[in-house]
Design a protein around this ligand. Structure first.
Ligand code: ZN
Length: 513
């Protein structure tokens, strides 16, 4: 773990761990290793071609995604829609002929948004401005007292600027963060960690610029994480434009914020991970697991995040089964639950595996949207959690990424990259024949931390964070052709990993725990 860590900044690592390395900074692409055909390419060419042809002709996968998004819709943990989706997903797996279909019980939190609004008032020499903000409360936030909070804004770009204020100048005020856009790693760090950082200095509430590079007056929600022992302050995301307006006005004079949020927690609700299998023909106890998360935020349709992930992985497994391919190891599809605001599904899966962790041969998570795929990310180092906010005085990590140096890897990992380049050489016809360092996801993080090799699709990542966690994450954002290519790539990779002699190397450990 440390070897690779030394090669990458923490921001880049965090991005790779969330399977989103290609989104680390706008316009940046991960270092990709090109395909290099070898013995696996020769052995699996015929079956891979069959899979590719079937996946490119397949219309059912996208039709399932359309049903999930249009007819079931958004599915936040604890809502009836989530449990409708879970029952529907289990039915789909049975209908596809998968074996051992089950819903593994998982208790999930129920956070309720309720009514919410925010308005700014500026009174300066040039006149008075009263403007409602485009806002969405952050997931798991507490609400405001009835009638809301009205307080002066304290505008900062980052934690270092906040720390420069004496606590007395923050106490009772509403801290507004605009860290700019330097990739999702940094954006989400201010969303998850900002509320407690400001709460610790006595702030009454927090507004944070949405974690996106696209300014379209659309707020992006997402979870926050309160630090145990610190005051819990109500917190909301605001649009990029509104954050910039506050920044400009705050330079001219005092800005007041009025924030009202009814957000609250209700008792946990029973939900579950949906699981199905193609049992292995020779080593059924050995498992290649793939999937995504079935829950979403309470806005939009959870189409790219992560309807596309569960439907592309499901269709990949379904096609392998339909083609009558019988891999030596078990291929398991999992729709994990509660990725967005708790991670209970991933933890429950790890617990269920128990001491059989050594039989988890590989874990593939798709949670970065079904944009045009470029190849597969493979890492093997553990963890997917966001980094803790930097300590006071520590500079915000840079999104710069040094190039990947394969030669510095230990022999088993070097060999695994060679194996992966051999496998992806089967994917030239769909333009996904690259392997990049990284791979992983929140749901598989608990098993990856115990050394299970992690993989995830790499895409062009042009628009994922334009829609992520917004009302605009709807079916129309998922291009059918790109969806098929993701399905095709996942099916070939999962099939070969489940059938080949030998297995990929993983790494134990978790960088951020
Ligand atoms: Zn997701």
């Amino acid at each position: 773990m440390k070897r690779l860590a030394a090669l990458m900044t923490s921001a880049a690592l965090l991005a790779t761990q969330t399977g989103l390395a290609q989104m680390g900074a706008p316009g940046e692409r991960p270092t990709a290793l090109s395909a290099a055909p070898g013995p696996l390419a020769a052995k699996y060419k015929a079956n891979a071609d069959k899979i590719l042809a079937a996946a490119l002709a397949d219309e059912e996968g996208y039709a399932h995604l359309a049903y999930l998004t249009d007819h079931i819709g958004k599915r936040l943990s604890g809502t009836p829609q989530l449990n409708t989706a879970i029952a529907w997903g289990a039915g789909l797996m049975k209908q596809a002929g998968l074996q051992n279909v089950q819903v593994q019980p998982v208790m999930v939190p129920r956070w309720v948004r309720g009514n919410e609004s925010a308005t700014i008032t500026y009174k300066g020499e040039a006149g008075t401005i009263v403007k409602p903000l485009h806002m969405l409360g952050l997931g798991m936030s507490v609400g405001t007292p009835k009638g809301g909070i009205t307080a002066p804004a304290v505008f900062v770009h980052d934690f270092a600027e906040l720390d420069k204020f004496p606590d007395s100048e923050v106490k009772g005020k509403i801290v507004v963060f605009n860290p700019g856009w330097h990739g999702y790693g940094i954006g989400s760090m201010y969303r998850t960690g900002g509320p407690s950082r400001a709460g610790a200095k006595g702030a009454a509430a927090v507004l944070v610029r949405s974690a996106t590079g696209l300014a379209m007056q659309i707020p992006h929600t997402g979870t926050l994480r309160y630090v145990e022992g610190q005051p819990k302050v109500p917190s909301a995301a605001i649009s990029v434009e509104d954050a910039l307006l506050i920044e400009r006005l705050a330079k001219e004079g005092p800005v007041q914020v009025h924030l009202e949020m009814d957000a609250h927690m209700e008792p946990d609700v029973k939900a579950g991970n949906v699981i199905g299998e193609i049992p292995g023909s020779e080593h059924p106890e050995q498992v290649v697991v793939l999937g995504g998360h079935i829950d979403s935020w309470d806005v939009g349709q959870g189409a790219q995040d992560d309807g596309s992930g569960i439907m592309a992985t499901f269709e990949a497994v379904s096609l392998i089964h339909k083609l009558g391919l019988k891999p030596k190891r078990t291929i398991r599809i999992v729709f994990w639950v509660n990725e967005e605001n708790g991670g209970a599904g991933g933890r429950a899966y790890r617990q269920w595996i128990g001491d059989k962790i050594g039989d988890q041969v590989a874990a593939i998570e798709m949670d970065g949207g079904a944009e045009k795929p470029l190849g597969i990310g493979y890492g093997g180092f553990g963890g997917s959690r966001r980094p803790a906010p930097p300590a006071p005085g520590v500079a915000t990590p840079s999104a710069a990424r040094p190039s990947f140096d394969e030669s510095s890897l230990p022999p088993d990992e070097k060999q695994s990259f060679t194996t992966m380049r051999d496998i992806v050489s089967l994917l030239g016809a769909i333009g996904t024949d690259t392997v990049s360092p990284g791979g992983g996801g929140s749901d598989i993080a608990p098993i990856v931390a115990d050394g299970v090799p992690a993989l995830s699709p790499r895409t062009v990542a042009e628009h994922y964070f334009d829609w992520h966690h917004t009302e605009a994450d709807t079916l129309d954002k998922v291009d059918p052709d790109s969806f098929k290519r993701n399905t095709a790539m996942l099916a070939v990779v999962a099939y070969v990993l489940a059938d080949m002699d030998g297995r990929l190397a993983g790494r134990k450990g978790d960088l951020h725990e």
